[in-house]
Design a binder for this molecule. Structure first.
Ligand SMILES: Cc1ncc(COP(=O)(O)O)c(C=O)c1O
Length: 443
C-alpha cells in the first residue's frame, strides 16, 4: 500500500490491516483496486461490504504455495457467494461446507464435488442427503450417532470417504467461544477420553464408509504456529496407535483452519508460509518418530484468506457525547457484524471521503441496534469534527461478518461489492423490505 504524508491516514500505512491495493486518494478518500470507497458508498448506499478479489485470490494462492503437496480447502463459513465459489475453484482450492445450503450453492457453479468436505457437529437429514446425492469428497464425522446414519444412506456396493474429527486437547484461539480443540466443548471426539478410538473402530466396521483419516480443528484466530505443531504430534501419535491396535494405516490428516488475520496494526498474523513450514516440519518429524508413512495433508483456512480482503463502509447517523465518552453511531452494527458482541473483536476505523484539519480523539463507534452491546469499535481515533453523513471504513471485514449477518431490527442485510482492476461489480444485493415481506406469509 502506498501512503501520503497525511496524518489522517496513519493507520492506512499498516500493510497488514488493509488489502494490498488500498491507497490514499484525493479528498481524504481511499481507493481499493483502483475504485473509490467514497464512490462505492454513494452508489450502493451504506452499510456496504467491499471485497478485493485480487487480495482473496492471492491469499488463496499463498496457501497453495505454502503447502504444495497438501489440499487447501477454503472454509466457506467465513464468507461465500457464487463468485467466491468460482474464485476458489479457479485457484485450485477445495471447499469446506457445513450445510446443504452451502453445498447446493457450490453445486450451482459446478464446483468439483470431490473437492468438497462436509462438516457439522449436527448434520441434518437434508445435509446428509444432499452430500450423498452430490457426491462430496469427504464427510467429517463429529459424533458417534452419525456413523450408522451416514452408512445406511450410502448405496450398496459404494463407500463414502469419511474423516473422524478428533479432539487433540489443545487450548488455542482468540476467545473461549472459538476454541474447538480443547476438551469440554461440543465439537469432535476426545482422543484422551477414548471416544475418538471408539468412533474409528465403529467406522471401520461399516462397509459403506471408507475411513480416510483424521480431522481436527483447534479454533480460530490462532496467532502462533505452535499449537499446530502440537496438534500434528498428537494426531500422528494417535494414527500410530490406530495402526498398532487395529491394523490400519490411515492416509489423510486434515488440520482444519484457525489461521489468524490482523485486525489491528501490529496484530500477529503469521504468513501461510510460516504456518506451512511449521506443520510440514512437525509432520515429518512425528511420522519419523512413529515410523508412519507421511499422510496426505489438508488445511481449511477461512479467515486468513477472506478477512483481510474486505472493507465495511458505514455512514454516520449521530454523534453523541456522554460524560467523557464520544459515541459515533453508524447505519449498521451487530446485524452485519456480530463479532465484537460475540467475541470482543477489535477493529480500526477511518473516515473516508472528506479531509479535515481537526485533531483526532478517542471515539467509540456503535451500531444502530437496540442492544447496549452493539459496539463496532471501542476507543478508535477519529477526527473531532466527525459528523452525520460522514463515511467510515472498517478494514479486515471480509470474514464472519456478512456470513453471520442477521435480520435483527429488519434493517436488511448489506450488499457485497467486488473490486478488481479499477472496476466494481455487485455480488450480493442489499436485502430489501420486499425480501423480508415475502417471507412473512402468515396473518
Ligand atoms: C472445521 C472448520 N474448519 C475450518 C474453519 C475455518 O476457520 P478459520 O476461518 O478460522 O480459518 C472452521 C471455523 O470455524 C471450522 O469449524
Amino acid at each position: 500500500m502506498t501512503t501520503e504524508p497525511d496524518s489522517l491516514v496513519r493507520e492506512l500505512s499498516s500493510p497488514s490491516v488493509w488489502p494490498d491495493s488500498a491507497v490514499n486518494a484525493p479528498g481524504g478518500d481511499v481507493s481499493l483496486a483502483g475504485v473509490s470507497l467514497a464512490e462505492l458508498a454513494e452508489r450502493h448506499g451504506t452499510p456496504v461490504y467491499v471485497l478485493d478479489e485480487t487480495e482473496v485470490r492471492s491469499r488463496a494462492r499463498a496457501w497453495r504455495r505454502a503447502l504444495p503437496d497438501a489440499e487447501v480447502v477454503y472454509a466457506a463459513k467465513a464468507f461465500v457467494c457464487r463468485a467466491v465459489v468460482d474464485w476458489m475453484a479457479e485457484e485450485g482450492l477445495g471447499l469446506d461446507v457445513c450445510s446443504a445450503g452451502e453445498l447446493e450453492l457450490a453445486a450451482t457453479r459446478g464446483f468439483p464435488p470431490e473437492r468438497v468436505v462436509l462438516h457439522g457437529n449436527a448434520k441434518s437429514p437434508r445435509d446428509l442427503r444432499t452430500a450423498l446425492r452430490i457426491g462430496v469428497g469427504r464427510i467429517v464425522i463429529d459424533s458417534d450417532c452419525e456413523i450408522a446414519r451416514i452408512a445406511s444412506q450410502v448405496p450398496k456396493g459404494a463407500a463414502q470417504k469419511v474423516l473422524v474429527r478428533v479432539l487433540p486437547g489443545i487450548e488455542a484461539g482468540a476467545h473461549r467461544k472459538i476454541r474447538t480443540g480443547a476438551e469440554g466443548q461440543k465439537f469432535g471426539l476426545s482422543i484422551a477420553g477414548g471416544d475418538a478410538e471408539d468412533a474409528v473402530v465403529r467406522v471401520l466396521g461399516q462397509p459403506g464408509l471408507a475411513l480416510a483419516g483424521l480431522h481436527c480443528h483447534l479454533g480460530s484466530q490462532i496467532t502462533s504456529t505452535e499449537p499446530y505443531g502440537e496438534a500434528v504430534r498428537r494426531v500422528v501419535a494417535f494414527l500410530a496407535r490406530i495402526r498398532d491396535r487395529h491394523g490400519v494405516t490411515l492416509p489423510e490428516v486434515d488440520l482444519g483452519g484457525g489461521f489468524a488475520a490482523a485486525y489491528l496494526p501490529g496484530d500477529a498474523a503469521p504468513s501461510p508460509e510460516a504456518y506451512g513450514r511449521r506443520i510440514t516440519e512437525e509432520l515429518s518429524a512425528a511420522c519419523a518418530d512413529f515410523a508412519y508413512p507421511l499422510p496426505r495433508l489438508m488445511v481449511e483456512p477461512g479467515r486468513s484468506i477472506m478477512a483481510p480482503a474486505g472493507v465495511a463502509l458505514y455512514r454516520v447517523l449521530s454523534v453523541k457525547r456522554t460524560g467523557a465518552q464520544v459515541f459515533v453511531a453508524v447505519d449498521g452494527g451487530m446485524s452485519d457484524n456480530p463479532r465484537p458482541a460475540l467475541y470482543g473483536a477489535r477493529y480500526t476505523v477511518r473516515m473516508v471521503g472528506r479531509t479535515t484539519a481537526a485533531p483526532m480523539r478517542a471515539t467509540t463507534v456503535v451500531g444502530r441496534h437496540c442492544e447496549a452491546g452493539d459496539i463496532l469499535a471501542e476507543d478508535v481515533e477519529l477526527p473531532e469534527d466527525v459528523r452525520p453523513g460522514d463515511v467510515l471504513a472498517v478494514p479486515a471485514s471480509g470474514a464472519y461478518q456478512v456470513s453471520m449477518a442477521s435480520g435483527y431490527n429488519m434493517t436488511g442485510r448489506p450488499p457485497v461489492v467486488a473490486v478488481s482492476g479499477g472496476r466494481s461489480r455487485l455480488l450480493l444485493r442489499r436485502e430489501t423490505f420486499e425480501d423480508q415481506k415475502a417471507r412473512d406469509v402468515g396473518v
